[in-house]
Design a protein around this ligand. Structure first.
Ligand code: IMP
Ligand code: MG
Length: 174
C-alpha cells in the first residue's frame, strides 16, 4: 500500500527560502570562492538548488557517509562510504546537508574535515530538527527551516530510499 504523505513545506516555500539563504551566503562570501561539499545522497537536491542561486564562484565535491542504524534512527557510528575527490587546503568550505537530526553525523564530519586544512568551514542545512539534538556542540551556520520532531521525506530525503524525488517536504503518516 502506498504511504500517505502530508505536505509540510510546499515546493514554492522551499524554493523561496533557498533563494533567501543563497543571497545571505553570497553576501557573506563576497570576494571569495565557496567550496560546497554535498553530503550524499540526501543533500543532492538542496545542493543543486543552492548552488544555482549563489553569485560567488562555486566549486563542488561530494561525500557519502553512512551511520550504522536503521532507517529512522542514526547510531552515532559514522563511516565514510565515499570520500572527497579533492583536498580542502585553503578552501572556504561549506558543508551542505539535507537535515541535522541528532547531530552525530555532522559532529563527526566537522572534526574529520577540519583536519584537512580548509581556510574556513561552515555548515548549511535545508532542515534542522533541534529537539532531537544529542551533539549540542554542532553549530549550524545556515538553516533553511527548523522543523518539529517528525520524520520527513522529499527534496532529497528518503524513507527506505523512497520519495527523494518529491519536489516538496512531506511527513510520512505511518
Ligand atoms: P544525524 O546524525 O542524527 O544528525 O542524522 C542525520 C541523517 O539522518 C540525515 O542526513 C538523514 O539522512 C537522516 N535523517 C534524520 N532525520 C530524517 C528525516 O526526518 N527524514 C529522512 N532522513 C532523516
Ligand atoms: Mg543524510
Amino acid at each position: 500500500m502506498a504511504d500517505k504523505i502530508r505536505v509540510l513545506l510546499s515546493e514554492e516555500e522551499v524554493n523561496t527560502r533557498i533563494s533567501q539563504v543563497a543571497a545571505q551566503i553570497s553576501k557573506d562570501y563576497e570576494g571569495k570562492a565557496v567550496h560546497l561539499i554535498c553530503i550524499l545522497k540526501g543533500g543532492v537536491f538542496f545542493t543543486c538548488e543552492l548552488a544555482k542561486r549563489l553569485t560567488v564562484p562555486v566549486s563542488l565535491d561530494f561525500m557519502s557517509v553512512s551511520s550504522y542504524g536503521d532507517d529512522t534512527k542514526s547510531s552515532g557510528v559514522v563511516r565514510i562510504v565515499k570520500d572527497l575527490d579533492e583536498p580542502l587546503t585553503d578552501l572556504h568550505v561549506l558543508i551542505v546537508e539535507d537535515i541535522i537530526d541528532s547531530g552525530r553525523t555532522l559532529s563527526y564530519l566537522m572534526e574529520v574535515l577540519k583536519q584537512r586544512g580548509p581556510a574556513s568551514i561552515r555548515l548549511c542545512t535545508l532542515l534542522d530538527k533541534p529537539e532531537r539534538r544529542v551533539k549540542k556542540q554542532v553549530k549550524v551556520d545556515y538553516t533553511c527551516f527548523t522543523i518539529p520532531d517528525e520524520f520527513v521525506v522529499g527534496y532529497g530525503l528518503d524513507y527506505a530510499q523512497k520519495y527523494r524525488n518529491l519536489p516538496y517536504i512531506g511527513v510520512v503518516e505511518l
